[in-house]
Design a protein around this ligand. Structure first.
Ligand code: MN
Ligand code: MN
Length: 301
């Protein structure tokens, strides 16, 4: 890039300025790690200012389990919030999946609310999980949509502490590779991307700091065996679904809900979207054309 710039500098001085801008936008480490997702010619303006989110943006790529907003669907109940969308499983006392859009409009100065609380929009005929259900269990109240992804204002941040966004997560998973991947997502944002993220869990039986458990809260909350996440990386722009191509970077991970993995990297748990789909019986990214899905869902990042 520098070579090109030097040769063209006399005739195209603006190229030098643009190259410097691109270098400034990425730290050296990010330059090494990232695929070149910033286009060469133009860098679109980053979204900024007030959130202009709509209730459907979080599942713009699709509703993977065809969740429905009717309490008949006690195993797959669709809940849409301003800040994220999810499928809730009333017998597991936890979400099947949570899906959210992450771009710079979601980030700001709000501090971590830590106000873990019952989600009273869970239908009244079901058990409503409370924060104290996790007390002394040895499991963290693990966010699916992370607190740090919703800091534009205190309302957004507080919404991530609803127990419908929380699963019993082993401390070493939550504070180890899982946290590293959450941080990495926000680095991708700083490098000029917007992300579609979906995260879920499956199976029963995990190991926390008090040992192995299949359930907590007198059986009302299932401890998952595995926790997964899929991240679709797009450069800033509009018409997001139509911009997902065979070259689009997709990160998929599937991690054990256990102790002893705190020092492991998130990269150790990379998998394919296809593997997650087949385990869950879902179709992720269903709004993307089948031919593109077949390429990006079978590729390990
Ligand atoms: Mn966490
Ligand atoms: Mn799919």
């Amino acid at each position: 890039m520098q070579y090109l710039t030097l040769n063209l500098r006399s005739r195209f001085p603006w190229l030098l300025g643009m190259s410097l801008f691109l270098f400034a936008a990425c730290s050296t480490q990010e330059m090494d790690e990232l695929k070149p997702v910033i286009p060469d010619e133009t860098v679109p303006e980053a979204p900024s200012g007030a959130n202009n989110y709509s209730r459907d943006v979080h599942i713009a790529l699709g509703n993977p389990s065809n969740a429905q907003a009717s309490s008949y669907y006690y195993w797959n109940y669709l809940m849409k919030k301003e800040q994220y969308a999810l499928s809730y499983h009333s017998k597991r006392g936890a979400p099947n999946w949570v899906s959210w859009h992450l771009d710079p409009t979601w980030l700001g100065g709000a501090s971590r609310s830590d106000y873990f609380r019952t989600d009273t929009s869970v239908p009244a005929e079901w058990y409503r999980v409370s924060s104290s259900d996790y007390k002394y269990t040895g499991f963290n109240r693990g966010h699916m949509c992370p607190s740090a992804d919703r800091t534009y204002n205190s309302t957004d941040n507080s919404a991530t502490f609803l127990m419908s966004n929380i699963i019993p997560q082993s401390p070493d998973n939550n504070q180890g590779p899982w946290a590293s991947l959450e941080d990495y997502c926000r680095q991708l944002l700083d490098a000029g991307n917007e992300l579609y993220i979906i995260s879920g869990s499956y199976g029963s039986g995990g190991t926390g700091s008090n040992g192995y458990m299949k359930t907590i809260a007198n059986g009302k909350v299932t401890v998952p065996n595995r926790i997964w996440k899929v991240i679709v990386v797009l450069p800033w722009g509009s018409n997001d679904v139509s911009r997902v191509k065979t070259s689009t970077r997709v990160i998929a991970v599937d991690m054990p809900n256990t102790q002893g993995i705190r020092l492991n990297t998130w990269q150790a748990y990379k998998t394919t979207v296809d593997a997650i789909e087949s385990r869950m019986g879902y179709d992720l990214m269903s709004k993307v054309s089948a031919s593109i899905q077949s390429v990006i869902e079978s590729r390990v990042d």
